[in-house]
Design a protein around this ligand. Structure first.
Ligand SMILES: Cc1ncc(COP(=O)(O)O)c(C=O)c1O
Ligand SMILES: N[C@@H](CCCC[NH3+])C(=O)O
Length: 483
């Protein structure tokens, strides 16, 4: 994704793409492709030891192929870097299905959900409720009730109205509670609900404006600057059924510069200090600073995200230093990576259809390569002007590179999958192409626009593939129709 505001503007071609047309188009840049991605002896792309041509032959195209080893290893990277898998909350909005929920549980991570649907999915896969946190800037009463009934690990509250409604739900539940049920003599219905407060820390994250979330003028959280966050603390503490266990900040997504996280961490610690000065009795309870998600990934060779352990180290140093200065015990640091875990390990494989060469004037030309998916399986290029890397996946080619644009099959000229790329001149109808790093926010944001069914998600590991989510059918699309 192009950085905002420093990156090239919409329609411009990033220098990295223009300057490097030749190179070896068959190479797989390690930071962009799944960790197990290789070329087979005859040049096809293989992931998890499985040739994508075999997957195409069995399942048709397009499809997402998820490298299980890559996903799990990134969970482990975060757990190692932050020293406690339980404080790493995978952000389910990036991509979630039951099997992924099971992997997260096996890796001992926690899970963030941001809707009743994600919560229901996680619970249906047997994920322990006490390792789930519920987010959302407009949670419905039904969603709050479902979270409370499940015995969720934390509700991250985001508005005064929500605090009031959540407190009301817990109160009514306590009234109904049996006096002698529950854990350790505490009736289940009377256990307070753990709550975190989402704080808007006023940081301008360097990312696309649509996915920056901690500046003042937006819908998320309680503003620190205006005093709303302080008032939120007061209201949570005044509610009998709520227990303030942490402060939360999420500054945005696809961020490379650690400065924003560091600033946010510093501001959150100072806010924690203020709260504990006023309420020293909270010292044993208000123990978590959740710094959210947002760590960026490489979509192209031009992207250089900081390693997870570097990021973890700098955040831990800041929090430790600020707490020591304030004479506070150092709280636990939680994080909520979505993209950085799910993104790099998945590839979308499409079949090439129509190929059109278009004259641009001044001797320039561009080849439009149409594929059998598009904005319905990857809206990110249209929505955020995101950049992607694409390669010929069904064979090798030594043909010269042609300046190309990969477009979808939808009825929109903005239906672009890869805006600027180079593909071999001998690319032909029926070839397979693979787009890298599509694991986060592609399937999760997929639609059935133009009544195009959503592709399947296949996972691969140790030379075998299986279906995690099957391909949607026309019958599926018509299931909501009234007779
Ligand atoms: C509250 C919260 N946590 C975590 C995430 C995950 O972000 P990312 O996928 O960039 O790591 C998001 C999405 O931006 C979010 O809104
Ligand atoms: N959906 C966005 C990121 C927003 C994450 C949710 N707060 C993306 O595709 O990059």
């Amino acid at each position: 994704m192009r950085a905002h505001p420093a990156g090239p503007r919409h329609g411009e071609i990033p220098a990295a793409h223009l300057d490097a047309p030749a190179g070896d188009l068959n190479l797989l840049d390690r930071k962009v492709w799944p960790r197990t991605a290789t070329r087979t002896g005859d040049g096809a792309l293989a992931v998890g030891g499985v040739d994508v041509r075999d997957l195409a032959a069995t399942h048709g195209t397009p499809f997402f192929v998820l490298d299980e080893a890559d996903f799990r290893s990134r969970c482990q990277d975060f757990a190692d870097a932050f020293g406690d898998a339980g404080q790493v909350h995978y952000a389910g909005k990036a991509f979630l299905c039951r099997e992924v929920v099971r992997w997260l549980d096996q890796e001992r991570l926690s899970l963030d959900v941001c809707s009743g649907g994600e919560l229901a999915l996680a619970l249906s896969a047997g994920f322990p409720a006490d390792r789930i946190a519920l987010h959302g800037s407009n949670k419905s009463t039904a969603e709050l009730r479902a979270a409370v009934d499940a015995g969720i690990g934390a509700v991250v509250v985001d508005s005064f109205d929500e605090i009031g409604r959540l407190a009301g739900i817990v109160e009514r539940r306590a009234d109904r509670a049996e006096p002698h049920t529950g854990n350790g003599g505490v009736p289940a219905g009377r256990r307070p609900v753990p709550v975190m407060i989402r704080v808007t820390v006023g940081v301008e994250a360097h990312t696309h404006e649509f996915i920056a979330t901690a500046h003042e003028d937006q819908k998320f959280g309680f503003s620190l600057a205006s005093g709303a966050a302080t008032e939120a603390v007061r209201r949570v503490l005044a509610a009998d059924g709520l227990r303030l266990v942490g402060l939360h900040s999420h500054i945005g997504s696809q961020i490379f510069d650690p400065a924003g996280f560091e600033l946010a961490a510093g501001r959150l610690v100072r806010f924690l200090t203020e709260i504990l000065e006023r309420h020293p009795e909270l010292a044993d309870v208000l123990r978590t600073l959740d710094l959210g998600g947002g760590l960026g990934i490489a979509y192209t060779s031009a992207d250089d995200p900081p390693p997870v352990d570097t990021m973890a180290k700098s955040l831990s140093e800041i929090v430790t230093r600020e707490c020591q200065l304030a004479g506070l015990p150092v709280p636990a640091i939680a994080v909520e990576p979505g993209r950085a875990i799910a993104g790099p390990g998945t590839v979308t494989v499409y079949e090439v259809g129509t190929i059109k060469d278009v004259e641009l004037g001044g001797g320039l030309a561009r080849r439009y390569v149409s594929v059998d998916g598009g904005m319905s399986d990857n809206i990110r290029t249209a929505l955020y002007d995101a950049d992607y890397t694409v390669v010929l996946a069904s064979r090798e080619s030594s043909a010269p590179a042609v300046r190309s644009r990969v477009v979808g099959k939808h009825c929109e000229s903005g239906d672009i999958v890869v805006r600027d790329c180079y593909l071999p001149a001998d690319l032909a109808v029926g070839d397979l192409v693979a787009v890298a790093a599509t694991g986060a926010y592609c399937y999760a944001m997929a639609s059935t626009y133009n009544r195009v069914p959503r592709p399947p998600v296949l996972s691969v590991a140790d030379g075998a593939g299986r279906v995690l989510l099957r391909r949607e059918t026309y019958d599926d699309l018509m299931r909501l129709e009234m007779p």
